[in-house]
Design a protein around this ligand. Structure first.
Ligand code: AMP
Ligand code: MG
Length: 417
């Protein structure tokens, strides 16, 4: 009889994956706008202070605070400074009409907002009564308040979202160096698989994993090649692996990694490279295959391989396994350091009388009371749970949950990029 292999913990499997990941070193320079969604390859610093000079954050009057201590000072309006214009030095006893974003004139040390000022005329002179005694510095945005010249604003391995490209633009960066997109090949095993649009024959199911996995890969900014449903023969599987390895960084498959299954994934990868078949103490998604496929047949050249990850076929297993293992691996290949998703301590508004022996990732939803509800059917084939849920409860092996307990919750939205 076969001894059951000891199960790997989630942390052990992840640590092995991350230590195997080879970062992509090829970079490209894109316009800052095109860099949206990409991974920054080289840290960026600002050459200038932001804002570049002291400026007003209000429409009003630039004054010398010392001229306004009475709370009813009458000043001569000596100039008008719209945003983008440079004023003259402000003489004592004078005010400058000024508009949000305009540079504070030399000599002024405060801005009084127009709501507490009354404008009047005396002959040809414009006057203003300032009915407020401002503090020195009031309504002034200081040069360098946001960013100091020379400081790092973005670090290597950071994903560039709208905020990051906006920040880069705010210091005048017209282009950004980014990591080349990861090239990922996918294919699907299982003679039962049919495509949406086909009529389902008896015993067939639709290939939903293709859509879930491709969607997840697209969210992570990968270039995807889809080899479709590969016939369940050793020759076809080996041939697809060899073709995929030639032009991709990573090959991902779904199905056929369960123990004892009559399947060609294992022998095919072993013939074209090498493979670890893991049993992980995780639910859903116990089996996971990780290996490498040689690029040139046994060239022996070091690192001349494509990585291989074989996911379980059950739709929820395949989804969760991707989020737990494939996503961090892909991020690390792209040079992202911090690959762990944020976890929140949240209240369980349900009972789970018996914890599973494996580390379970339960589909749950945030309710309007700020607690978590559990999807009633946690079976690994029930894809509905992933659509109903807002995320996963990371429940340690053997832990029962009682209503009111604090659990670790990971939001799907934090796992989609
Ligand atoms: P396997 O991992 O190949 O043993 O498959 C486990 C279960 O997942 C079986 O019920 C398969 O029919 C189902 N399955 C496998 N591949 C897919 C797929 N691409 N889409 C949806 N279900 C799948
Ligand atoms: Mg199968």
């Amino acid at each position: 009889m076969n001894e059951p292999k000891p199960l790997l913990s989630v942390a052990e499997a992840l640590a092995f994956l991350l230590s195997s990941a080879r970062k992509i070193t090829v970079t490209q320079t894109l316009s800052t706008l095109e860099a949206n969604g990409r991974i920054l390859a080289v840290a960026q610093s600002s050459q200038l202070d932001v804002p570049p000079v002291d400026n007003t954050s209000m429409d009003g009057y630039a004054v010398r605070a010392a001229d306004c201590v009475s709370g009813a000072a009458v000043l001569r309006v000596s100039q008008r400074i719209p945003a983008g214009h440079v004023g003259q030095p402000l003489e004592a006893g004078c005010a400058a009409r000024i508009f949000t974003g305009a540079m504070i004139p030399q000599g002024a040390d405060a801005v009084v907002m127009q709501e507490v000022c009354v404008a009047s005329k005396e002959g040809a002179d414009d006057l203003v009564t300032v009915k407020h005694a401002p503090q020195s510095g009031e309504w002034i945005r200081r040069a360098g308040e946001d960013i100091r010249a020379g400081s790092e604003i973005l670090h290597a391995g950071q994903r560039l979202r709208a905020q990051e490209i906006g920040l880069a633009a705010s210091v005048g960066l017209a282009t950004l160096p980014v990591v080349r997109k990861l090239r990922v090949a996918v294919f699907f095993t299982g003679d039962e698989l049919a495509m949406p649009g086909d009529v389902l024959k008896p015993g067939a199911i639709y290939n939903s994993n293709k859509f879930t996995l491709r969607g997840l890969l697209e969210n992570l900014g990968c270039d995807i090649t889809d080899y479709g449903i590969v016939p369940d023969t050793l020759a076809a599987t080996r041939d697809t692996l060899r073709r995929a390895a030639a032009e991709h960084d990573l090959i991902i498959t779904s199905g056929g990694v369960s123990v004892g299954e009559e399947d060609h994934i294992k022998p095919a990868v072993e013939a074209e490279g090498h493979l670890n078949m893991w049993q992980i103490a995780v639910k859903p998604g116990k089996p996971l295959a990780f290996g490498e496929v040689y690029r040139a047949e046994k060239s022996g050249k070091e690192n001349d391989t494509a990585f291989f990850l074989g996911l379980p076929g059950n739709p929820v297993s395949s989804f969760v396994t991707f989020l737990l293992f494939v996503r961090p691996f892909i991020l690390r290949l792209q040079g992202v350091q911090d690959v762990a998703p944020r976890a929140y301590a949240m209240r369980a508004d349900f009972n789970l009388p018996k914890g599973d022996r494996r580390n379970e990732f339960l589909r749950a939803k945030i309710n309007t009371e700020g607690g978590l509800d559990l999807f009633p059917n946690q079976s690994s084939g029930v894809l509905t749970s992933t659509v109903w849920g807002d995320g996963l409860i990371d429940n340690p092996p053997g832990r029962a949950i009682a209503q009111g307990d604090i659990v670790r919750f990971i939001s799907f939205s934090d796992l989609m990029h």
